[in-house]
Every structure is written in C-alpha cells, then in structure tokens.
Design a protein around this ligand. Structure first.
Ligand code: NAP
Length: 306
C-alpha cells in the first residue's frame, strides 16, 4: 500500500515525485509506455528556467528522476492497464499485478496524434514517424516532409534540415499556430519549403514498405497532386492518455481531465498534473509546476486525514 502513486514520469510526474518524496511519502512512480514523457522526444530545451545555455530534453527529465530518487521515490517500468477509483485505497493494475494507493497523481501526459490514414499507419517505422529527433538521422541526404503548423512542426523541420536535402512543411491553413520566434527561424532557413492550405489524403507506398510520395489535397479548391518525399513526420498535436480512467474521472470531449480546482479531479484523493489536464500551456515548466501543486495537495489531504 502506497501513500502516493504517481502515474507518469515526465516533467509533471517527476516533479510531483520530488515533492512527495521530500515530504517522506515514499511515492511510487509508474513510468508509462513513454518513460520520461514528451521531453525525451525533443532536443534543445531553451526555455526551462535555470539553464541559460539550454539543456537537452532527455537530460532534463533524467535529472528530475535522479532528484526524485535521491529523496526516496521509486520508479518502475510498466503502464497502468486498469484502474478502480470507486473507493479508497485506489486500485491500479499493471497487467496482472495489483497496486493500492491512498492518493493518486495522474501525470500520464499526452501522446502524438496521427492522421489516421490506413496507408500512414502501415508505414509507421518505415518512413512515417512522429519523432524527428528519433528518426531524422535515417533520412540523411533525402527530401522529407513535416505536417503541422505549430511550434512542434517548426522545431521538427529545423532539426531535420541537419540531415535532409530539403524539408517541406505542409499545413492545412494559411495562418500558423507556431510562435513568432519559431516561425521566423523556420522562415529564415533556406532548406525549408512551404505548402499551405493542403492536407494529406494518402501515403505511398505501403507495398514498397517505404515512403515515396504523399497525395495532397488543396483545402481551397479540392485539387489533388503527388508530392515526392522520402519521409513523413507528423507534428499535429497530441491526445491525452486517459483511456483507463474513462467513466471514472471527469474528462472533456477530447479526453483531457477536467480540473475541479487546483490539482483536484472529481474524485477526492486523485490529483492531476501536466498535459493530461492542460490543453492550453503544455510547457515543461508548467507541467513541473502542476506536479508540485498535485504533490502538495496530496500531502495536505493525507495530513488532514492523519
Ligand atoms: P499545436 O500547437 O496544437 O499544433 C498542432 C498543429 O497541427 C496545428 O497547426 C494544427 O492545425 C495541425 N493539425 C492538427 N490536427 C491536424 C490534422 N488532422 N491534419 C493536419 N493538421 C493538423 O501542437 P504542437 O505544435 O505540438 O505544440 C503543442 C504545445 O507545445 C504548444 O503550446 C507549443 O507552443 C509547445 N511547443 C513549444 C516548443 C518550443 O517552444 N520550442 C516546441 C514544441 C512545442 P491548425 O492550426 O489548423 O489547428
């Protein structure tokens, strides 16, 4: 029986673990399928306070984990496959293994969104990727394409210019959601080409087990054409990892946890932290702040209950 179980090991989860561990609550952190969370898929983090020269994403989460472990947090591999939040202690399962906790901090984050085309799914790992930092290297000297109009798309495209002959950003609108600084940086890079007002309708060629071209459709006049490319990188946002809590925690229509004030969910003793609830800011520093809040609330609840 744990006093606190933290679900997720990204910025939010590890910060919650640091605070809970320093409060002598001996938290267990269940790392999840993507241990370390989204920062493990990124390169330079330039906006996390305290690192004026920047820090590599995987480095930052690893340091947070070490910090939590130093105060007595335990990390274990695995993902929660089932949860029963109907009464306390709360019950969680990792496969057949059952765990119990007085309080839970849900910091399970969000995972990359896919277009959902069968041809795209057939080519994941064969030229279709949601992680330029992981897979960009394989496309050295080849043309690649990034889908999306946010900061992630700009960041991935800029990163890919290190390897690719050229990088085309395909975006479904004319306006970009990306911040001005990221957009300006991408616009200043000669290797980046732009196709706006277009969506992907098909990825060729699943038969060849490689990406050879994309079928694009104009959102203005519906015309279709083929765009030759060797890889497709998706940067079209994320979906929250809340499937195991459906029907128990209050979720919005996109699946994000609905906050009941502070770090509270609709179930007393279950707290949220990070991108699993935050669809607005979604930054490493806001996730860390949310982890801190959740741990303080868990600690106060346990203390009030004696
Ligand atoms: P985002 O801001 O939600 O942008 C997603 C982009 O994908 C949007 O341009 C969206 O188009 C497009 N999109 C969504 N679904 C699509 C679909 N089915 N087909 C085609 N296009 C689709 O997500 P993000 O770029 O991952 O950024 C998330 C957060 O992380 C943001 O707060 C961002 O600032 C932050 N971030 C910061 C940095 C940095 O500062 N270095 C780097 C990465 C991310 P519409 O615009 O038409 O909706």
């Amino acid at each position: 029986m744990y006093e606190v179980i933290v679900i997720g090991s990204g910025c939010a989860g590890s910060t919650a673990a640091i605070y809970a561990a320093r409060a002598s609550l001996k938290p267990l952190v269940i790392e999840g399928l993507e241990a370390g969370g989204q920062l493990t898929l990124t390169t330079d983090v330039e906006n996390y306070p305290g690192f004026p020269e920047g820090i590599m994403g995987p480095d930052l989460v690893d340091r947070m984990k070490q910090q939590a472990q130093r105060f007595g947090a335990t990390y274990r591999h695995g993902a929660v496959t089932r949860a029963d939040l109907s009464s306390r202690p709360f019950k969680l399962w990792i496969g057949d293994e059952r765990l119990e906790a007085q309080t839970l901090i849900v910091a399970s984050g969000a995972s990359a969104r896919w277009l959902g085309l069968p041809s795209e799914q057939a080519l994941v790992g064969h030229g279709v990727s949601s992680c330029a930092t992981c897979d960009g290297f394989f496309f050295r000297g080849q043309p690649v394409t990034v889908i999306g109009g946010g900061d992630s798309a700009m960041e991935e495209a800029l990163f890919l210019t290190k390897f690719a002959t050229d990088v085309t950003i395909v975006h479904r609108r004319e306006e970009f959601r990306a911040s001005k600084i990221m957009l300006d940086r991408a616009r200043a890079n000669d290797k980046i080409k732009w196709i706006t007002n277009a969506t992907v309708t098909e990825v060729a060629d699943p038969e060849a087990k490689a990406v050879t071209s994309l079928r694009l459709r104009s959102t203005v006049n519906g015309k279709e054409w083929d765009h030759m490319t060797s890889a497709l990188f998706l940067a079209i946002g994320h979906v929250p990892n809340t499937d195991v809590f459906k029907g128990q925690l209050d979720l919005d229509e996109q699946g994000y946890i609905v906050s009941h004030g502070g770090a509270r969910t609709n179930i007393p003793g279950v707290f949220h932290a990070g991108d699993v609830e935050d669809r607005v800011y979604r930054q490493a520093v806001t996730a860390a702040g949310a982890g801190c809040k959740a741990a303080i609330e868990a600690e106060r609840l346990l203390e009030a209950e004696g």
